[in-house]
Design a protein. Structure first.
Length: 286
């Protein structure tokens, strides 16, 4: 027969699980893919009464931590330039700091060759180059944004209805010249089609960029951000709270685009990661 202390401990565990049910319902973690451009799910230990939620960092960037299956899990975004091999998270839990090791596997992405009729979007003038450099710096600051939130919904809906094209991670060549990999996902939709928030959050920023065109950033909390590019029109303002599926604007082909479509990116702890990992019905498994 179990001791009274064992029974009391079991009751505390059940109570803790019940208290955490709203977080668990929202967690619905993305599919694990510990590769460059993917998401590593790293166990941090069991839920324990009184210990509180652990915190974790990958390099200098804080990482989302969620409750799942009776344990804490770090949900770490891996940038496309992450080197394969062993990596470490820095973890603070129960007043102590330690490291947790995990492994990143190699992944090869295909090539894509794109012909741009407007060569000014490939060979930039000095003034355009100066503009782009300033915009890149501003976007990097947005990518590193962190807002502490009680819950982060990582179960996304597709932000537009259309054919899924322009796969994530493709190594791109514009007019024969190598450029940065495709750090997002394209959805082929006609100009004016509704573009909606993939999850609840707060509009972090809106702007009109040289390459990305009219763009909306939505902050979902705890380092998870979504980005919607090439919009024809923007219907939200910075600081505005948005619900999952709420209209953000209309699709278009502003910026560097060969036709109307939505370019959709997901940013996790500052890293551009594959949006498909967050959507259960988006195309083939990763």
């Amino acid at each position: 027969m179990p001791s009274l202390s064992a029974i009391a401990s079991w009751h505390r565990s059940v109570l803790l699980a019940l208290l955490l049910l709203p977080s668990l319902a929202l967690a619905s973690l993305p599919r694990a893919a510990s590769v460059p451009g993917g998401v590593a799910l790293i166990p941090l230990g069991p839920l324990a009464a009184g210990d509180g939620k652990p915190r974790a960092w990958l390099g200098e960037q804080q990482v989302l931590v969620a409750a799942d299956g009776g344990q804490w899990v770090a949900v770490a975004g891996l940038a496309l330039d992450t080197a394969p091999g062993a990596h470490e998270l820095r973890v603070e839990a129960a007043g102590e700091s330690h490291s947790v090791r995990f492994v990143v596997s190699a992944r090869d992405y295909p090539e894509q060759r794109i012909t741009m009729k407007d060569s000014s979007k490939v060979q930039l003038s000095p003034s355009d180059l100066a503009r782009v450099e300033g915009e890149v710096a501003a976007i990097q600051r947005l990518k590193r944004h962190w807002r502490e939130a009680a819950d982060t919904d990582t179960s996304f809906v597709l932000p537009a209805e259309g054919r899924l094209t322009g796969r994530f991670g493709v190594r791109r060549f514009f007019n024969g010249e190598p450029r940065a990999p495709h750090a997002g996902f394209d959805i082929a939709v006609p100009r004016g089609a509704a573009v909606r928030a993939n999850a609840q959050g707060t509009v972090l920023a809106v702007d009109d960029y040289f390459f990305n065109g009219r763009t909306v950033f939505v902050d979902h909390g705890n380092g998870l951000i979504s980005m919607y590019c090439h919009l024809d029109r923007i219907d939200v303002l910075p600081g505005e709270a948005v619900a999952k599926g709420q209209r953000l604007g209309a699709s278009g082909m502003t910026g560097r685009a060969t036709g109307p479509h939505l370019h959709w990116s997901v940013i996790l702890n500052g890293a551009m990661v594959n949006p498909e990992l967050f959507v259960s019905r988006a195309g083939k498994p990763y």
